[in-house]
Design a protein around this ligand. Structure first.
Ligand code: CTP
Length: 217
């Protein structure tokens, strides 16, 4: 199969020296890319800036902003069988990028106007496909600090994906930057599966097995 994975954060510049970003190490997305390669799949990894080495056999596309990630996903999604959108995309970006460094001056406060970025996951919901060309199996992620299941179920509904992988990022030791995670999988059918706390590499292998189940491999 051809598997497209997004990973890492995006960076939204304010001026030549500053940006807004999200906490994301990229470890979960890179682990999924590696697990897919290990089971013989073709992988396109679209990655924001992370401190990880690109998996040697993946086609890796490095991007910085959410706009660049959007364009890269749409450039590669056409023949993907599975799309795993694991990246922590910034939801907002500065309305204006100043061409020169913003100086502190004598200001006592500073207000930044933000505008929404394009939602990449949502954009895949209505992707036009050729006749007889099945929609890809689209997997979204939901990093939540509270009411994890309710928020994830709402995201699954709103974004029209086949599967939402939710994780609780409120606790220490799992999620951000950690090598471990604990995942709740919510399928469009309503089925819920919990992948107990384990290394991200182990969880990634379990996720790839689930893709195999879906495609009867
Ligand atoms: N996502 C995306 N493009 C965006 C924002 C999010 O593709 N501009 C994707 C993420 O990669 C993830 C999913 O949407 O797979 C959920 O992201 P999240 O930030 O948790 O959800 P939001 O819809 O942004 O909702 P909120 O921030 O209010 O929780």
């Amino acid at each position: 199969m051809k598997i497209l994975v997004t990973a890492g954060p995006t960076r939204e510049p304010l001026d030549p020296v500053r940006y807004l970003s999200n906490r994301s190490s990229g470890k979960m997305g890179y682990a999924i890319a590696q697990a897919a390669l290990d089971t013989g799949h073709e992988v396109v990894l679209i990655s924001g800036p992370v401190a990880l080495a690109a998996p040697p056999r993946a086609r890796t596309v490095q991007v910085t902003t959410s706009d660049e990630m959007y364009e890269a996903v749409h450039a590669w999604v056409r023949d993907a069988d599975v799309c795993v959108l694991c990246a922590a995309v910034a939801d907002f970006r500065p309305a204006k990028i100043e061409p020169r460094k913003i100086k502190k001056g004598a200001r006592s406060s500073f207000t930044l106007e933000l505008v929404p970025t394009r939602d990449i996951l949502l954009s895949l919901r209505d992707l036009p496909r050729a006749e007889n060309d099945p929609r890809p199996f689209v997997v979204g992620f939901a990093a939540e600090t509270n009411d994890v299941l309710a928020h994830a179920q709402e995201k699954l509904r709103a974004k029209g994906c086949a599967l939402i992988v939710a994780n609780d990022v409120s606790g220490a030791g799992v999620g951000f930057d950690s090598d471990e995670n604990e995942l709740t999988l919510i399928f469009a059918s309503g089925e819920i599966r919990v992948l107990a706390r384990a290394k991200k590499t182990v969880l990634a292998a379990s996720l790839v097995k689930i893709f195999h189940e879906f495609f009867n491999l």
